[in-house]
Design a protein around this ligand. Structure first.
Ligand code: 9MR
Length: 330
């Protein structure tokens, strides 16, 4: 059984981030693996503001449209990623904006054009990505916070909902599962939005495990479970949106250890009913941002460089099968 069959049996989505360059390269093996194993896609780059709308009067729709067509052909859902992102992926006409009125106009124009182009083909969107500092329990400084103020998350949610009341709005954050201060601040921030009735559908816990190259601590299934439960208890849907596990080339038994961690983490997340998606940040070890950023051979994904399933794949499949058994038992 493929991951997508197991996911369907458990009532969940299994996603992969799709590289626009590999996708456009005509690599048929990549495309068939994607369609065979996953039922949801996230554009790794193509829908980010800087790529899709690099100048106020310039839209680059090609990669976006190709991915959506592929998803439709193969009955996959599309996760839009991302609109407001304090750290990266934003063009300079936004990051250098000095006037709140102009920034609001740009945001409104962007969201209206983007959502209308999608026309319902994108089920959900990480409308805000990484509102907090990457590694610390404080808000990320950016043009959004500086010009629109501390409450900009509420403003973005309200605007996006007004433009398209049907698209699910998500906030996506990284490292809350390994940095307790981040988890605490993120919890308070999200709880405030929920209590005020803002149109927030779900929380993405990215789930990048980049220890020891970047993350301050090793993967921690109990903390991931706690994080997922926290947002589920607020009545939100939860997803693990960008999972990968760095396997350092000098670590002994690294692929066995990685497989065990994959199994435990996915199981920890999926043991909470409101967690209905696990998306991996890439398809195979042949193409991963982890190698590009941290050095070669970090082997972070479920398939090896030739596209063969790794031990990690079996561990994730077993966790999906447990979820499916629990779902059928209910
Ligand atoms: O993997 C993505 C990489 O290819 C891009 O160059 C980069 C900038 O757009 O973004 C990477 O994806 C990030 C994601 O959008 C948000 N969470 C962290 C991901 C890895 O950096």
């Amino acid at each position: 059984m493929s991951l997508r069959d197991l996911a369907a049996a458990g009532g969940i989505r299994v996603g992969a981030a799709v590289s626009d360059t590999v996708f456009a390269s005509g690599d048929e093996d990549y495309r068939s693996l994607l369609a065979a194993e996953f039922n949801s896609v996230t554009a790794e780059r193509a829908m980010k503001w800087k790529w899709i709308h690099p100048e106020p009067d310039c839209w680059e729709w090609e990669a976006n449209d190709e991915l959506i067509r592929f998803a439709e052909t193969h009955q996959m859902q599309v996760r839009g990623h991302t609109v407001v992102w304090p750290h990266w992926g934003t063009p300079t006409y936004i990051t250098k904006c000095e006037d709140a009125g102009a920034l609001r106009r740009h945001l409104g124009d962007h969201v209206r054009e983007l959502f209308s182009h999608w026309g319902g083909s994108v089920a959900r969107v990480d409308v805000v990505n990484e509102p907090l500092h990457w590694l610390e329990g404080r808000h990320a400084e950016s043009v959004w916070r500086t010009l629109l103020g501390e409450d900009y998350l509420a403003e973005v949610l309200a605007l996006a909902h007004e433009v398209d009341p049907d698209i699910e709005l998500w906030i996506n954050e990284t490292h809350t599962d390994v940095i307790p201060d981040k988890h605490d601040l993120f919890t308070r921030t999200v709880a405030d939005l929920v209590e005020r009735g803002l149109p927030l559908h779900g929380i993405g816990i990215q789930g990048h495990q980049l220890y020891p190259d970047f993350s301050p601590g090793p993967p921690d299934p109990a903390r991931l479970h706690r994080g997922v439960s926290t947002f589920a208890d607020m009545g939100l849907e939860v997803a693990v949106t960008e999972m990968d596990i760095l396997a350092h080339p000098t670590d002994a038994d690294r692929l066995d250890v990685q497989a065990q961690l994959y199994g435990e983490l996915v199981d920890a997340a999926l043991s909470v009913e409101a967690c209905r998606e696990v998306t991996f940040w890439g398809v195979s070890d042949a193409h991963s941002w982890v190698d590009q950023h941290f050095g070669p051979d970090r082997a972070p994904l479920l398939f090896d460089r030739e596209g063969n399933p790794k031990l990690a794949y079996d561990a994730v499949a077993a966790a999906f099968a447990s979820r499916a058994r629990r779902t059928t038992a209910v």
